[in-house]
Design a protein around this ligand. Structure first.
Ligand code: MN
Length: 468
């Protein structure tokens, strides 16, 4: 619907004055070097004040606060994008496209920075415009029409393939085509929601027949998700050079996976009930403009790997299609929680290790004319690197449960137990720039069966920076 205005838009967002590391906010917590949400980040989300009856609304994270964007737009003209934020979801903002997102980023920086008249005036309205994050309930950032999950880490694909098909770990299509499957949008939940252990058909290798019951091999997958911006009309593909202009921003994604169900059901059509029972996403969507200082070259292909086909090749993608975002998994069991033990980090990887870039995923997704719409979500697939400590799921980390993780207090984990809480974190940093973060994506496992009860929600666990 808005594709015409994009035809001449150069995809690459440059580093500009909004990334100046010396910019400070009048909100002190935003100047803390450790915050995920400095003035240079300004990720979008949807929140509701816990007190009161106000419907959910668009907010921007700043330090330990949330700015109510639509309310700010009543006082100051935040442009077309400011008006689009008067909604309980980000879809209208996502539909506008990068010039409008850039414009509102600049306006919000003027409002929340320390320079200029707008900041002085905003300060006077601080009580009305800002909500402490601990007094807000964060919602799904968008109404997600469609959800696709890719499989873009060659390390993950090789490790998993070796377990499912020891003789044939990496299938011959892998280095030619960004592999993906259509996921389930209706079961995507935002961080903090509990996740029920799914029941399903699973068949042990030595069993004569499958049986039905609670999954015994419940796992997480550490992923990065991308929200689609303006999208593309049905029948019109998006060239790789334009692909990033269709991406609003990125968030954390946990693609919960029942490995025993998956192993039995996945051939010949791929994942189904092993994946669609829940996907948890982080509440904050970090724009590509905020990530401009953290771009990286595309994955360096091994000698002998094929060059990408023309629809997956673009010089700009080669030099800066990658994203230097660090991603982590933290785990806290019920026993650890009872003992007051903090979550432990079980793995950490980098998005630079992905074989395909987000732009290649989007271009490929539309290469047959498939239409993507504002608010659609696609996720990268498990982010795993070459080293053992960068494996982004338990299937890989514990070699399908054979080499369990040791947790503080003497527990062991091959796969997730009821009561386990999985917390994903992500951030980008580089000399000369402010660190920006993606926040947290947390979910706790409930036993199979029944509806969630009040109080089942994930307790707010602080992630202390201790390595396992
Ligand atoms: Mn996945």
């Amino acid at each position: 619907m808005t594709s015409a205005r994009w035809d001449c838009f150069d995809m690459t967002i440059e580093i500009n004055e909004t990334h100046d590391p010396s910019l400070q906010s009048w909100i002190e917590s935003a100047n803390d070097p450790a915050t995920d949400f400095p003035l240079q980040n300004l990720p979008f989300g949807v929140f509701r004040r816990k007190q009161g009856v106000e419907p959910p609304r668009v907010g921007v994270a700043i330090g330990d606060r949330i700015l109510d964007v639509a309310r700010a737009h009543r006082y100051w003209d935040l442009g077309e994008a400011g008006a689009a934020c008067d909604a309980p979801m980000l879809n209208p903002l996502m539909a506008l496209g990068a010039p409008a997102w850039s414009e509102v980023r600049r306006a919000l920086q003027s409002l929340l920075g320390t320079r200029g008249l707008m900041a002085t005036a905003a300060r006077e309205h601080a009580d009305e415009l800002l909500v402490p994050q601990d007094q807000a309930e964060l919602r799904l950032p968008a109404q997600i029409g469609d959800y696709t999950d890719f499989y873009a880490s060659v390390h993950h694909a090789t490790n998993v393939g070796a377990m499912f098909r020891p003789d044939n770990p990496l299938l011959p299509n892998y280095k030619w085509v960004p592999i993906g499957y259509h996921g389930r949008a209706s079961s995507i939940v935002v961080s903090g929601n509990p996740v029920r252990r799914p029941a399903g058909q699973r068949k042990a290798p030595d069993a004569a027949e499958p049986s039905f019951g609670p999954s015994r091999q419940l796992d997480y997958e550490l992923e990065l998700g991308a929200f689609v911006g303006p999208g593309n009309p049905l029948g019109e593909s998006v060239p790789l050079a334009d692909a990033e202009s269709r991406i609003f921003g990125v968030c954390l994604v946990n693609d919960w996976s029942a490995r025993d169900v998956q192993a039995w059901e996945y051939q010949p059509l791929g994942p189904f009930l092993a994946k669609n029972f829940a996907t948890t996403i982080g509440p904050w969507v970090v724009t590509l403009e905020a990530l401009a200082p953290f771009r990286a070259p595309v994955f360096r292909r091994a000698e002998g790997d094929p060059a990408p086909l023309p629809h997956l090749f673009d010089p700009s993608n080669e030099t800066q299609g990658g994203l230097a975002v660090t991603l982590e998994v933290w785990l806290r069991s019920e026993a650890m929680r009872a003992a007051g033990t903090e979550a432990v980090r079980v793995s950490h990887g980098s998005f630079v290790d992905m074989y395909w870039t987000l732009a290649q995923m989007l271009a490929h997704h539309t290469s047959n004319g498939c239409n993507l719409r504002p608010g659609d979500l696609f996720a990268s697939g498990t982010v795993s690197g070459a080293t053992a400590d960068s494996r982004g799921c338990l299937l890989e980390l514990t070699r399908r449960g054979k080499e369990p993780l040791a947790l503080p207090g003497g527990e062991q984990r091959g796969f997730l137990e009821d009561g386990d809480e999985v917390i994903l974190a992500g951030w980008a940093e580089r000399d000369g720039f402010r660190r920006v973060g993606l926040g947290r994506c947390a979910g706790r496992i409930l036993p199979t069966g029944g509806a969630p009860q009040p109080g089942d929600g994930t307790p707010a666990t602080s992630v202390r920076r201790v390595e396992s």
